[in-house]
Ligand binder design. Structure first.
Ligand code: FAD
Length: 507
């Protein structure tokens, strides 16, 4: 009986995996390329055709136009800006930007590079990281010159950038073990100096610049399929406009800047099944993977498609970081002062998606914040029982932690001394972080394989002439675990610019 139950369950699981891939097959076919000989005419033509009006697309448009190209941006939604306009607008920049210098921080290209390389996991994209770090000072100046406002104010506490008008903060794990010993720490989160959504302000500035300098933008136009010559060159794009298919010629090239695919559940289930249950897709409704599918439709390689940013916001305020995070077995599994993108990754990928914040009375996580307060007790033993943890597990964890915390030490995970305090004052509390039920923002990092000029590479490794990708349509600097806020907007804007410049100089 039980054997047939297991068999049936397995069959059901296999069936649903097949259903997911056949649905995905339909998506992929819908975006396969069209041959030039199969279209009868061109409805519009331009030099640079940019698909997507987020930060990558608008940065590409500005640079292509400045290099002399006629530039047209297409946006499938009625409004512009995509996820970029919803974002905090943090850009991860360093190496001695004007703002870092003005606020008295000493940073270098080498320190920034060492941090990103160390934080990027195995086999980082070294050339891309190097180009980015070497260009970061200039990129900050470019943002300023295009009208993005910054204040000369440093944010000391771990904060959401949008809750203040401060413009510089430690947005990643620079002060955490082991990074603080690998690379000289510096704050590199550069945020538009406006309260509220910095991303909206940043996009307003880039939009204004692009239009003032002559880029055209059409909204409610969806890119569907790339148009290719028989020799593989990308010549344009077939789009859906006012319910009709139209063909747009791109004399110099097409930039796919369509964001990632977190809003396409079939793609998420197929490419990133480990994160499919995470609760809160964190992107605009246009994040459907269409750029990646169009790229794959001309044979482009898509890489690291399982990678995602998963955030479990454990701060602000920082005080709960003086407690501990434990898994369902009552064991600590990481230093609590890590960037919340690392916490989300660790909980989802390594702890089965659920963990608890445990604090004493002095360091409670705020009520009615992101996580439910699920237990309160006058002893750790009672708390352990209410959380249904193995006998003595949480008691041992807290006793061991406290023994070292009284010396400001954390021999297991090396939490920074600023966040170490013994857990001693009752009542003791537990908050549940369940990535499938509680607030757990997620977006995808996998995308098209590009070179450092943002040219898209075929699965064979060759450049696909006339095709570029940037932002979350490409696999760029952000890797999982996500090691710093600002790497996505930073990478998207920087390599969007590279795409625009390179495309405009093509013959
Ligand atoms: C609330 C929030 C806060 C965030 N904060 C930060 C932060 O502070 N710093 C950071 O680095 N990252 C942040 N992120 C992530 C970051 O915003 C995104 O990863 C990044 O902006 C993606 O930029 P993009 O240009 O690749 O895509 P997008 O900005 O999403 O732009 C893509 C555009 O392409 C359009 N599009 C898609 N397909 C087509 C098609 N076929 N035809 C025409 N148009 C199409 C979409 O509608 C969209 O407008 C945040 C995300 C959110 C949601």
């Amino acid at each position: 009986m039980s054997t047939s139950g297991i068999t049936r369950r397995r069959l059901l699981a296999a069936g649903s995996a097949l259903a997911a891939s056949s649905l995905l097959g339909q998506h992929t076919q819908a975006h396969a390329s069209v041959r030039e000989r199969d279209i009868s005419h061109w409805d519009l033509s331009t030099d640079a055709l940019i698909v997507g009006s987020g930060v990558a697309g608008m940065a590409a448009a500005i640079e292509a136009r400045r290099a002399g190209a006629d530039t047209l941006v297409l946006e499938m939604q009625e409004s512009r800006g995509g996820s970029s306009a919803m974002s905090g607008g943090v850009c991860y920049l360093g190496g001695g930007t004007a703002l870092q210098k003005a606020l008295g921080f000493d940073d270098s290209v080498e320190a920034m590079l060492d941090y990103i390389v160390a934080a990027s996991g195995p086999h980082p994209h070294l050339e891309r990281i190097q180009k980015y770090c070497e260009g970061a000072v200039g990129h900050f100046d470019w943002l300023v010159a295009n009208g993005v406002p910054y204040t000369q104010q440093f944010q000391r506490e771990k904060e959401f950038p949008q809750e203040t008008d401060n413009s510089l903060y430690y947005s990643g794990c620079e002060l955490n073990h082991p990074f603080r010993d690998i690379a000289k720490p510096a704050p590199r989160g550069h945020v538009p100096g406006v309260p509220g959504h910095g991303g909206w302000r940043l996009m307003q500035a880039l939009n204004d610049t692009a239009e003032r300098e002559g880029s055209k933008v059409l909204t409610a136009v969806t890119g569907k399929r790339l148009v290719q010559a028989d020799d593989g060159r990308v010549l344009g794009l077939q789009v859906m406009r006012h319910g009709k298919l139209e063909n747009i010629r791109a004399r110099k090239g097409v930039v796919l800047a369509c964001g990632g695919f977190i809003r396409n559940h079939d793609m998420v289930k197929h490419y990133a099944p480990e994160v499919a249950a995470v609760s809160t897709p964190h992107a605009s409704p246009g994040d459907l993977g269409l750029g990646i599918l169009m790229g794959m439709g001309v044979g482009a390689a898509a890489i690291r498609m399982h990678q995602a940013m998963i955030v479990l916001p454990t701060y602000p305020p920082e005080r709960a970081l003086r407690g501990i995070f434990v898994n369902r077995r009552g064991q600590r599994f990481m230093a609590e002062d890590y960037y919340y993108g690392v916490v989300g990754h660790e909980v989802v990928i390594h702890q089965g998606g659920v963990a608890y914040i445990i604090t004493d009375a002095d360091h409670a996580y705020p009520d009615n914040h992101f996580y439910p307060h699920i237990a309160q007790a006058n002893s750790i033993r009672e708390l352990e029982q209410s959380l249904d943890m193995p006998d003595h597990a949480l008691q041992e964890t807290v006793a061991y932690y406290n023994r070292h915390a009284t010396q400001q030490a954390d021999p297991l995970f090396h939490k920074h001394a600023d966040f170490i305090a013994p857990i001693v004052k009752p009542p003791f509390h537990a908050w549940r972080m369940d990535a499938s039920q509680d607030f757990a923002p997620i977006l995808t990092f996998g995308g098209l394989l590009t070179n450092t000029d943002a040219q898209v590479l075929h699965a064979s490794g060759d450049v696909i002439p006339g095709l570029y990708a940037a932002g979350r349509t490409a696999n760029g600097l952000p890797q999982a675990p996500y090691m710093a806020s600002g790497l996505s907007v930073g990478d998207g804007s920087f390599f969007g610019r590279c795409a625009g410049r390179h495309l405009a100089t093509r013959q």
